[in-house]
Design a protein around this ligand. Sequence first.
Ligand code: FAQ
Length: 310
Amino acid sequence: RRDAEESEFEAIIAADKKIEPRDAMPEAYRKTLIRQMAQHAHSEIIGMQPEGNWISRAPSLSRKAILLAKVQDEAGHGLYLYAAAETLGVDRDELYEQLLNGRQKYSSIFNYPTLTWADVGAIGWLVDGAAIVNQVPLCRCSYGPYARAMIRVCKEESFHQRQGFQSLYVLARGTAAQREMAQDAVNRWWYPSLAMFGPPDADSTHSQQSMEWKIKRYSNDELRQRFVDMTVQQAGVLGLELPDPELRWNAERGHYDYTQPDYDELMRVVKGDGPCNRQRMANRTAAVRDGEWVRKAAAAYARKQQEVAA
Ligand code: FAQ
């Protein structure tokens, strides 16, 4: 029976069809998906903090409304992804627990500070831009609930990326100080954004297996290159520089050559030693603790409603 289940799984993957929650799947496939989807969900939720820092100080009412909506979308993506992960038989509370005790990760990028208003634009342009390049192929991931979740998430991320670009565009054409602030933000976010794609292929422990299972469709380096190629053109339109003197078109490769991010720094940040790791986790821990009574009250209310209906 086990062999039959395994060959059915292999056949679905080979035919490029979707694995659905009730289908048999190898335990390692389930575990890989839980790891990646939980990490993705945690990233969306922790990712609300850097931009959330500027909601009360947005420079105009319309910028505040836009930022509020964006951060709210991120909460929605996180909850959507937790729900998708739950289809793999894991409980959401368990995932929260694993984040808080450090057994699960969230993206390195959210451990960098947002020092000026321009950082909100740079996050939209570069961080959401990188997120889209990584996530568009995930719309074709072999696990149905994750692939479907990504379709909606990507639509919203595209909108986020545009708003970041537009915000930087305005700053880049503002006063000298505004232009300088925009350039400074781009200088600080460029390399951390490149590092979002993960370690180089040679050091990526999961890539090969995840690509065989069609969870990942492209390697970390392929997607990083795609992001660089796309972003150089956009920087030209913004009139801002990317902080890499080695950045130049390579006609032979048909791609831009660029300087790699510091992967030792990436590993340090992933392990908890980035500029804001402690603050991000302290805020998240406090939010889970402070929200406990609300979750309990909602569960008690749902139980009572069921009793009334019974
Ligand atoms: N940060 O073998 P690989 C967003 C870990 S976008 C932290 O290459 P894999 C939207 C990796 O987990 C951000 N850890 O791993 C937004 C593994 O650790 P483990 C979220 C990283 O999985 C925008 C180890 O290193 N997006 O939130 C990172 O095949 C603006 C070895 O790496 C996603 O999560 C990193 N950067 O490839 C929200 C996308 N890179 O478990 C708010 C889905 C690697 O062995 C504001 N995830 N690691 O100890 C993925 O596509 C993949 O998981 C990768 C990593 C590509 C991130």
